[in-house]
Design a protein around this ligand. Structure first.
Ligand SMILES: Cc1ncc(COP(=O)(O)O)c(C=O)c1O
Length: 397
């Protein structure tokens, strides 16, 4: 499909490959393997001389459609889908790095990403230096001759810090390393890292690409040659593969991606402004507020400010838990990116494995609450939060 179409059009149309039945909606190919017309064709498919499908660990038509649609949205030459966001980061790292290599990683990435680099990949001789997501000088100072990858996530979770992708792409280029951006929070609807100079984009499709909290999935995107020579052989051999069913759910989720992201971001901005006006709220973290330290950068780099709003309530953990327990509509769950609004206490859940010192260094206070804003009416969300922000702690769920 012509890649010059607008994002909304690509989200609905890109990547579709119709079968001989000419179905209108994308078909779900639930099959582990494909049949060959002859032994010679089977041989050709296995060696790659013949292009057809072989085995769903590495080739499936529904997964291909999902990959092609996401590649079109990100403006990438190629996309390789994986079973989850974490397996996308693992596949990229195993495919591109080797013992003795050095990685520079933002210290504000998803907790499991920190664990992956610091406790698992470190056992295979990979060294990782964690640096501030916003202080470019720290990234420059961390560069070594063995640095092969710079990795970041923007906005960060849960404090919504914004990294300057173009500036860090220059740092990567100057050091002969690749820049990978985890774009799960913005998605291509709001931010296209490859256009800003990144080499690779990572997705947890579990979040906004599905958008309705149904399945896990992930993806690595970038230049075709790089991915086909490194990530694809890893996936084919090691098998952290996206199932066709999950690919189909995500493929259909992408059809409403841009609409959802803009509607949810608009609601998040309204909710952030309202929270900022509440006397019980000490501080709101949302890139759309002019008080956010990287508001100007976010306005340049993103098409909207995203759906995650974090805020610190006065009164520490007790007040935060009281607020969370007082909600009747908002779901208490660790996931985000859903059309249903979710609420989390990072210090005791997503960041609970950190030591109190590490948590405090990361800015995760006991009073911090993270909300991922969905598609409900903002007035209903405000009423749900107002109950817990009020003075009456007896009116709980
Ligand atoms: C930014 C980000 N990257 C990666 C992941 C991991 O994705 P998954 O849960 O699909 O493995 C998450 C999960 O929350 C995330 O928020």
């Amino acid at each position: 499909m012509d890649k010059s179409y607008e994002l909304a059009t690509l989200g609905v149309r890109a990547g579709q490959a119709r079968s001989q039945f000419n179905e209108h909606s994308e078909a779900l190919f639930l099959t582990s393997s494909f049949v060959f017309e002859s032994a010679a064709q089977a041989a050709g498919r296995f060696t790659g001389g013949d292009d057809g499908f072989v085995y769903s660990r590495f080739t499936n038509p529904t997964v291909s459609m999902m990959q092609d649609r996401l590649a079109a949205l990100e403006g990438a030459e190629a996309c390789i889908a994986t079973a989850s966001g974490m397996s996308a980061i693992l596949a990229m790292s195993m495919a591109l790095l080797k013992s003795g290599d050095h990685v520079i990683c933002s210290n504000a990435v998803f907790g499991s990403t920190v664990q992956l680099y610091s406790t698992i990949l470190s056992r295979f001789g990979l060294e990782t230096t964690f640096v501030s997501p916003t202080d470019i000088a720290q990234w420059k100072r961390a560069v070594r001759p063995s640095t092969k990858l710079l990795f970041l996530e923007t906005p960060s979770n849960p404090l919504t810090e914004i990294s300057d992708i173009a500036a860090l792409a220059s740092v990567a280029r100057a050091s002969g390393a690749l820049l990978a951006v985890d774009n799960a929070f913005c998605t291509p609807a709001l931010q296209r890292p490859l256009q800003l100079g990144a080499d690779l984009v990572i997705h947890s499709a579990t979040k906004y690409l599905d958008g309705q909290g149904r399945v896990l999935g992930g993806a690595v995107l970038g230049r075709k040659r790089l991915l086909m020579e490194t990530v694809f052989p890893f996936l084919r051999t090691a098998g952290p593969t996206l199932s066709p069913f999950n690919a189909w759910v995500i493929l259909k989720g992408m059809e409403t991606l841009e609409l959802r992201l803009f509607a949810q971001s608009a609601s998040a901005l309204e909710l952030a402004r309202w929270l900022d006006s509440r006397p019980q709220v000490a501080r709101v973290f949302y890139p759309g507020l002019p008080s956010h330290p990287q508001h100007e950068l976010a306005s340049r780099q993103q098409r909207a400010f995203g759906t995650v709003v974090s805020f610190e309530v006065k009164g520490g953990r007790e007040a935060a838990w009281r607020l969370i327990d007082s909600t009747k509509l908002i779901s208490i769950t660790g996931n985000l990116g859903d059309v249903k609004t979710t609420i989390t206490h990072p210090a005791s859940t997503t960041h609970g494995r950190l030591t109190p010192e590490a948590r405090s260094a990361a800015g995760i206070t006991e009073g911090l609450v993270r909300v991922s804003v969905g598609l409900e009416a903002v007035a209903d969300l405000q009423a749900d939060l107002e109950r817990g922000l009020g003075q009456d702690p007896t009116r709980t769920r």
